[in-house]
Design a protein around this ligand. Structure first.
Ligand code: FAD
Length: 366
């Protein structure tokens, strides 16, 4: 079924990705249509209105999307992460209501990061305060992907003696959505900051209704995001490989195709190695996800770290192979170069991933 869904995405994107990137926006109606087809959070179980894809099949769908448009893939990551957070932490009623909405065309974004809490989410300052049958949310979030499109904001904050995620309709009084101007990459992903001032909501909007350990809450939500970003990087690498191969075959210099010059051929080999190793670590992590393996957390961090690094280096190599032909806004490798760099920052930067992996080594688990 992921092949059918990939076709739906390819038809929806057509030749528009470069134009969306330049304009910094994807038509919202198109996102709603893809959302209503269950494409944006395809792992939601069929019993809850979704497509019920395994992590592996959804990974291939995510890679196919990432190869076409990293902005759309970013929206997909946010929608999937919101759905996963609701599925894992929501009550039966919350799952039934909100997953039906997210598979019915409504859009969601996830907000952890704050001005003083980037890599260090333990510094989170947003507060969710009980007040009778309501809760009141105050805080400031930054760089929430897809928030400029979202109907629902999944906002993480301090709650009781722990933390919680609360479902905030984007039009609630006290919510201000401020779009990030001119991001380096994934320019049409709708990144926005959120100002939340005295936002009053029914207490039933707090997922699970109880407080959770902050680390548990963020790790579970971010695991989905890491998995999705990793597969998106596989897509970036596949797009770069295709573009570099086509150019190296068709462009001639010094009397022969570029690909027949050994130093250029080495670039192609490096790109293939990058794509293949990223694919294998992602497949392994998705199998761990589908098998509910104890190795899951490490496998997902490893996949994200390897795939993001490979994508950033691979996109740079692809620009090198195309040279001036790939050096303009609108070209697939120019876009990949900008998009891939951001993948080394989000869902746990390279350094934070390395610290997490090193911790496993020190614990003697890896
Ligand atoms: P900092 O935490 O200030 O880090 C700066 C640098 O220092 C980094 O290189 C970092 O790796 C390094 N560093 C920090 N601490 C350590 C340490 N202990 N040891 C070694 N190195 C360290 N947030 C959301 O909540 N939702 C989203 O949907 C979302 N989407 C995003 C999309 C994009 C394109 C971007 C750029 C960001 C997004 N973010 C999102 C925010 C993202 O999660 C943060 O940017 C990220 O966690 C890093 O935080 P920071 O930018 O504040 O960098």
């Amino acid at each position: 079924m992921s092949d059918d869904l990939s076709k739906l995405v390819a038809e929806a994107v057509g030749v528009e990705a470069a134009g969306w990137d330049l304009a910094g926006v994807i038509p919202r109606d198109l996102l709603r249509t893809l959302g209503a087809q269950g494409v944006l959070c395809a792992e939601v179980p069929a019993a809850l209105g979704g497509r019920g894809l395994t992590s592996l099949r959804n990974g291939e769908l995510t890679a196919a999307t990432g190869a076409l448009c990293s902005s759309l893939r970013s929206v997909m990551t946010s929608q999937g992460m919101a759905a996963w957070t609701i599925q894992r932490f929501g009550t039966r009623e919350q799952r039934a209501e909100y997953l039906a909405r997210l598979t019915g065309g409504e859009l969601a974004a996830v907000a952890f990061s704050e001005p003083q809490a980037g890599s260090d989410l333990a510094a989170l300052g947003t507060r969710i305060r009980p007040d009778g049958d309501s809760v009141v949310v105050d805080g400031h979030k930054v760089w929430s992907t897809a928030a400029a499109y979202a109907d629902h904001l999944v906002v993480f904050g301090r709650f009781g003696d722990g933390a919680a995620a609360v479902l905030v309709p984007a039009t609630t009084p006290g919510v201000r959505v401020e779009k990030v101007a001119d991001p380096l990459g994934c320019r049409a992903a709708g990144h926005a900051g959120l100002v939340l001032e005295g936002v009053r909501l029914p207490a039933a909007n707090v997922l699970s209704g109880t407080s959770q350990p902050l680390g548990l809450l963020t790790t579970i939500a971010l695991s989905y995001g890491r998995m999705s970003v990793a597969w998106g990087c596989v897509g970036i690498l596949r797009a770069c490989l295709r573009a570099a191969a086509a150019h190296a075959k068709s462009r001639e210099q010094f009397g022969k195709p570029l690909g027949r010059h050994q130093l250029v051929a080495r670039h192609l080999a490096e790109l293939l190695v990058a794509e293949q190793t990223a694919t294998r670590v992602c497949e392994h992590a998705s199998r761990c996800w589908d098998d509910r393996s104890a190795e899951l957390t490490q496998a997902v961090v490893l996949a994200k770290h390897v795939a993001a690094g490979n994508a950033a280096r691979g996109a740079s190599v692809a620009v090198q192979v195309l040279a001036s032909a790939g050096s303009q806004d609108g070209h697939v490798v120019a876009r990949a170069y900008r998009d891939a760099k951001l993948m080394e920052i989000i869902e746990g930067s390279n350094e934070i991933s390395q610290l997490m992996l090193a911790e496993r080594v020190l614990e003697g688990v890896a």
